[in-house]
Design a protein around this ligand. Structure first.
Ligand code: ZN
Length: 109
């Protein structure tokens, strides 16, 4: 079981879960309730995490999410590289979807 997406906002995790389930990929959410229980505790390790049940679905799930998120929101075309792992994230992300690190926001340039 591998996490493919992690974000503090559970409603967004649940939305993406429905996207994957619609594609026939079995998923479950870890830490579903922790974001509301641990207020002010910013450790992404405790954020709700969308996981694939079967590891062989991992790459496909990531691709589906990438395609989906690239269509979602006008900032999404601007990709942000993760400072921790180097994974590229859609520009409307605040947290790396791969490792959960906080992404630098584009307030300056
Ligand atoms: Zn990362």
């Amino acid at each position: 079981m591998k996490p493919v997406f992690r974000e503090r906002d559970y409603t967004r995790v649940a939305l993406l879960q429905s996207v994957l389930e619609a594609k026939g990929i079995q998923t479950f959410v870890r830490n579903q309730y922790s974001s509301t229980q641990i207020i002010g505790f910013p450790n992404p390790a405790f954020f709700p995490a969308l996981c694939v049940v079967n590891d062989e679905d991992y790459e496909e799930a990531r691709q589906i999410l990438k395609d989906y998120l690239n269509e979602d929101g006008e900032k999404a075309s601007l990709e942000l590289p993760c400072p921790a792992c180097g994974e590229r994230n859609p520009g409307n992300f605040e947290i790396c979807w791969n490792c959960g690190a906080a992404l630098a926001q584009d307030s300056e340039q």
